[in-house]
Design a protein around this ligand. Structure first.
Ligand code: PEP
Ligand code: MG
Length: 576
């Protein structure tokens, strides 16, 4: 029995045998005999067409939008001129077709991987994925069949197309050597609720195919060849998770209220329009953040007004009667779009992104605003501006919103005249000017993902410094508290849509700061709603937490607080 620790990224436990994902493609490649250049080129062309056919078939069977998006990106990549030219040149230079494909894919992946951009780094895995697909076709090797039996998938990384196809019926857990929490594999595993642990490094090599492992996706604990005591622990954890799920089910349709009955709306964050389908099932009230950049990404050109309108209306209609906060384009940084020609930047997170692009390209911005305004007629929508650093950006944006409104009036198109306009608070600049900004907008929403990275000067996607990235750092807490006070002093509401909003440990302090809404990924809603029932607004706690000296200290104070509450609840239950 051996215990190793990784980073738990999707909750849940599993006890099953391992299916390792490594395969000896290189070995087979070395034994492959090269034919004539013409024959090799034709073998490549046939493999490319067959791969397109396989991917199209997978798209047809995709069960959600995220899977389809990954596979559509593969379709675009397989015909990418840079890749096809490189393969053809290598074959002309005397390489076999499969060797040329694998070398070209590896080179392109290395190039993408070297770019300081999380999104592009992830795309490098997609290139390897399609390269391997073509090579397997040429060599007659079949990919590991994950649709039989019940396994824990184990590898350094996992090909996105493989994750897109898997079901929790056959895949009990995923354990990976790589550490990215924003990889396609992790995003899809989250939507499918498959327990996942990442960041195991080369511990992965010590795990043999067929070995039994215990995986805890919450704590990141992996036990190889567990003994009977672990098996008992597993049963207990399964029972506890089931019991908790029952408790959560019971509150799905209940309002999100504190112990004293005070109502605090919990909303969800939406990326793909179809994410809205999880709002009701998770007992949420509305959308606090609709990340519209997903409507713009992976396309050859910007979507037109009608295409955007359909995507926004879909979500607004389904969020009804609740509010749907639609964030204007937040492209750039880790979310590129070729057609915007952002170009290479030394510091993409400090570069030409979000509202900066929109104000420099007013037609792009107004097209989106018109689409949002038109969607507002079908429910209750609000406009939210990202990455604001100054009052003038808000005023310029509002002037463009007014122009878009006037254009729709002239065209006789209905929209909500009273639509609210708010901003994300995700830069220290916006925090410092919160008083002034609060006077020109209808609401604030705190984006802790960026606010943490900009306040602490810690890149949110760099695994080397991820232990320094923590929204419980006193400076981040101070910033958030200042903003909440400024919002209320000026009579506007304040929400939070960064990851912190869905963290139960943060809940008591966010309540004490007076947040009016919290927006989070759908699977977090019931956890937060459940905890809310035991809490009240507690200003003494706020003073205590603001006195903390470090993120570790804050976490300790909040953990202690929640433990005390839990204890009180248990005593209270016994009394009855
Ligand atoms: C944030 O920065 O907290 C946020 C919600 O926006 P995103 O994660 O899309 O940058
Ligand atoms: Mg952000």
């Amino acid at each position: 029995m051996k215990q190793i620790m990784g980073k738990g990224v999707v909750d849940g436990v599993c006890l099953a045998s391992v299916m390792t994902l490594s395969e000896d493609i290189e070995g087979v490649l070395d034994r492959y005999a090269v034919s004539t250049i013409e024959d090799e080129k034709s073998a490549y062309q046939q493999a490319s067409q067959a791969a397109v056919g396989q991917i199209e078939e997978l798209i047809k069977n995709a069960t959600d939008q995220t899977q389809a998006d990954v596979l559509n990106a593969h379709l675009l990549m397989i015909t990418d001129v840079m890749l096809t030219d490189s393969i053809e040149a290598k074959i002309s230079g005397g390489l076999s077709a499969p060797r040329a494909v694998m070398d070209a894919a590896n080179e392109m992946a290395a190039m993408l991987g070297a770019i300081e951009d999380e999104y592009l780094k992830e795309r490098s895995k997609d290139v390897i994925d399609i390269g391997k697909r073509m090579v397997r076709i040429m060599l007659g090797i079949s990919a590991p069949d994950i649709a039989v039996g019940y396994h824990v998938l184990c590898g350094d990384d996992i090909e996105p197309s493989m994750v897109a196809n898997m079901t929790s019926e056959h895949v009990g857990a995923i354990i990976l050597g790589q550490g990215s929490t924003t990889s396609h594999a992790v995003i899809i595993a989250k939507t499918k609720g498959i327990p996942t642990v990442v960041g195991l490094g080369n511990h992965i090599d010590a795990i043999e195919n067929g070995e039994t492992v215990y995986v805890d996706g919450e704590t990141g604990e992996i036990i190889i060849s567990p003994d009977e005591t672990v098996k008992v622990r597993y049963q207990e954890r399964v029972a506890a998770i089931k019991a908790m799920a029952k408790q959560y089910d019971a509150i799905v349709d209940q309002p999100s209220v504190l112990k004293d009955g005070m109502h605090l709306p919990l909303a969800i964050n939406v990326g793909n329009p179809t994410d809205i389908d999880s709002m009701k099932a998770n007992g949420a009230e509305g959308v606090g953040l609709y990340r519209t950049e997903f409507v713009f990404m992976g396309k050859a050109k910007a979507p037109d007004e009608d295409e955007q309108f359909e995507a926004y209306r879909y979500v607004v209609e389904r969020a009804k009667p609740h509010l749907c906060v639609i964030r204007t384009l937040d492209i750039g940084g880790d979310k590129p779009a070729d057609y915007l020609e952002i170009g290479e930047e030394a510091n993409p997170f400090l570069g030409w992104r979000a509202i900066r692009i929109c104000l420099d390209k007013p037609e792009l911005f107004k097209t989106q605003i018109r689409a949002i305004l038109r969607a507002s007629h079908y429910g209750k929508a609000a406009i939210m501006l990202p990455m604001i650093i100054s009052e003038s950006e808000v005023l310029d944006s509002k002037a463009l919103i007014d122009e878009a409104k006037a254009e729709l009036r002239t065209a006789g198109m209905p929209f909500d005249e009273a639509i609210e306009v708010g901003i994300m608070i995700e830069t220290p600049a916006a925090v410092m000017q919160a008083e002034r900004l609060a006077k020109v907008v209808d609401f604030f929403s705190v984006g802790t993902n960026d606010l943490t990275q900009y306040t602490l000067a810690v890149d949110r996607g760099n695994p080397k410094i991820s232990d320094r990235y923590d929204y419980f750092h006193p400076s981040v807490l101070y910033a958030i508290n200042m903003v909440a006070a400024a919002a209320h002093a000026n009579g506007i509401w304040i929400g939070m849509c960064g990851e912190m909003a869905g963290d139960p440990l943060a809940l008591p302090v966010l309540l004490a700061m007076g947040f009016d809404e919290l927006s989070m990924s759908a699977p977090s809603v019931l956890k937060v709603k459940y905890l809310m029932k035991s809490l009240k607004v507690d200003s003494v706690l706020l003073d205590d937490v603001l006195a903390s000296r470090s993120a570790v200290d804050t976490r300790a104070r909040l953990t202690h607080y929640l433990e005390k509450i839990k204890l009180k609840e248990e005593i209270h239950e016994k009394d009855y």
